[in-house]
Design a protein around this ligand. Structure first.
Ligand code: FAD
Ligand code: MLT
Ligand code: ZN
Length: 506
């Protein structure tokens, strides 16, 4: 039943429940990445007592972790797929300290794995062997906020949600929002070019990032922190650090453009009969809602029912083959409500929307968003989850889900698809009782071949990390890969920054 439309200003969502739940769900240590994926250690130095003494001379005692139990969480990724063997975690508090550490590591040929909030989903944030973990978590100062231009300058280790709460006091919002916002760092977001739930409206970080400060492998500080919208002085260096997943430099500060906090926010959660209707509804939402459309997400029945069952979450509407979540961010309640009502009336009578709920009440919106965001971790409760994060042209967006269901019949617990329809980005999760080489080989490279045939991208937002370098050729041609290698050679000639990640072995 469509509920009546009442508009309130939306509050910030609380930290994602699933993030906490899934962390508790599995206490079992994953197999070492090196063994699981048969990787050979590269010829880096290994950390000696003298090295630790040097680090303690640059940092204070508590900024250098060497106790096994302290280091362990930094060795394991969020989905508990990868486990590294690092013996040392360094927690610098300033760019100068990052610079001194890197200059030293570069001379000693000690490999370094940069880590933000460790919410990455492709194994990029944890070491593979004994790389030193460089955690940015203590670099969490907010430096300035220009209320007029919306330019926020802060250190890389600031948590996204903390920033969102901070800028909200000045009637601004962060231009990105993701389920991991309670843990991920803005430096991690920049390094992965994170997309998320608001990309449809506010664009990606290549547009929102005004400036960046980064430290190169040899310790050189590259200060491109500017709060200008326009700056055409030479090469646009900041873009090199956006999405390079810690392989070209350590991001230490960022300047981000924050849009104005919308005065009116409304959320619709609808049941739809098939994927074709999802696409038709998207076309109609763009035409009817225009500039106020801020999110258009979809989830199939298995995504929602698994999340409801595994995490015991409420579903505010009944069971449907597909679900669509439509959000508006606007500045005029009456105007926005009229637009949304017209859209709803038309699409309920056309049959595209079978049933659903519309709300502007913060608590109700929170329940709906929490259900959508919790899909990410719900599959872990089935045992293990293979996560694919691909871009596919709209018309073929959902094609691979039924194909994989058939292929994995009898092997998978569930195969489901959900994601950012408006960005052409579908997340396909395949849950299995436990990780196995057999299941992995049935899925990979098959899925990447299929994506490539559809002219899609094998990673729409999570990146290449440790899990996909040997598949990158499905999305990048030889010329592009060789230019990537040249850039890596130029910026990090000893290859100490996040080895085994992004670039395939030659
Ligand atoms: P980490 O996981 O710590 O690191 C990610 C990569 O960046 C690693 O390669 C690491 O080496 C590098 N890195 C981190 N910090 C720095 C730095 N300061 N300098 C250089 N390199 C660095 N992603 C999306 O794009 N959209 C989503 O909607 C989304 N939703 C998610 C929901 C959940 C529940 C979870 C668990 C993850 C989600 N992600 C999503 C993935 C992840 O949250 C993002 O990739 C996020 O940007 C990672 O930030 P982080 O601080 O946790 O980085
Ligand atoms: C999402 O959109 O929920 C995230 O990218 C995380 C995931 O893929 O599960
Ligand atoms: Zn996503």
């Amino acid at each position: 039943m469509i509920k009546s439309l009442t508009l309130f200003v939306r509050t910030v969502r609380t930290p994602n429940v699933a993030l906490v739940q899934t962390r508790l769900a599995s206490q079992v240590l994953p197999q070492l990445s090196a063994t699981k994926y048969n990787v050979k250690r590269k010829e880096f130095g290994s950390v000696q007592a003298d090295d630790v003494n040097f680090f303690k001379s640059v940092l204070s005692e508590e900024q250098v972790l060497t106790e096994e139990s302290d280091v362990l969480p930094f060795n394991i990724d969020w989905i508990k797929n990868c486990r590294g063997q690092s013996k040392v975690v360094l927690k610098p508090k300033s760019t100068k300290q990052v610079s001194e550490i890197l200059a030293y590591c570069n001379k000693r040929q000690l490999a370094v794995c940069p880590q933000g909030g460790n919410t990455g989903l492709v194994g990029g944030s944890v070491p593979v062997f004994d790389e030193i973990v460089l955690s940015l978590s203590l670099m969490n100062k907010i430096i300035s906020l220009d209320e007029i231009s919306g330019a926020l300058v802060c250190e890389a280790g600031c948590i996204l949600e903390t920033l969102d709460n901070y800028v909200k006091e000045q009637n601004l919002i962060m231009p990105l929002d993701l389920g991991a916002k309670g843990s991920c760092h803005i430096g991690g977001n920049v390094s992965t070019n994170a997309g998320g739930l608001r990309l449809l409206r506010y664009g990606n970080l290549h547009g929102s990032l005004m400036g960046v400060e980064a430290v190169k492998a040899d310790g050189t500080v590259v200060d491109c922190i500017r709060t200008l919208k326009k700056d055409n002085t030479g090469y646009h260096l900041k873009h090199l650090f956006i999405g390079s997943e810690g392989t070209l430099g350590i991001v230490t500060k960022v300047a981000v453009h924050c849009p104005v906090l919308p005065k009116a926010v409304t959320l619709g959660f609808f049941g739809v009969k098939d994927f074709d209707s999802v696409l038709k509804l998207y076309k109609s939402a763009k035409a009817s809602l225009g500039e106020i459309l801020s999110a258009f997400e979809m989830a199939d029945n298995d995504s929602i029912s698994s999340t409801v069952q595994n995490l015991k979450l409420p579903n505010p509407i009944a069971d449907f083959p597909f679900y669509v979540l439509v959000e508006t961010h606007g500045s005029d309640e009456t105007h926005d409500a009229e637009k949304l009502s017209r859209f709803l009336e038309r699409e309920m009578s056309s049959g595209l929307i079978i049933d659903g709920t519309v709300t502007s009440e913060p608590a109700k919106m929170q329940t709906i968003w929490n259900l959508r965001e919790s899909i990410a971790g719900a599959g872990l409760l089935d045992g293990y989850v293979y996560k694919y994060d691909v871009s596919i042209p709209a018309a073929r967006y959902y094609d691979l889900v039924p194909v994989l269901r058939q292929r994995m019949a009898g092997k998978a617990v569930k195969v489901y698809g959900y994601g950012h329809v408006g960005d052409g980005n579908i997340h396909i999760n395949v849950t299995v009782p436990e990780y196995s080489k057999e299941a992995t080989d049935m899925l990979e490279p098959f899925i990447f071949e299929e994506v490539s045939k559809l002219k899609g991208s094998i990673s729409a937002e999570h990146g290449v990390g440790f899990r996909k370098p040997h598949f990158i050729h499905y999305s990048k041609d030889e010329g592009a890969i060789s230019l990537m290698r040249e850039l890596k050679q130029l910026m990090d000639p000893n290859g100490i920054l996040n080895p085994y990640k992004v670039l395939p072995d030659p």
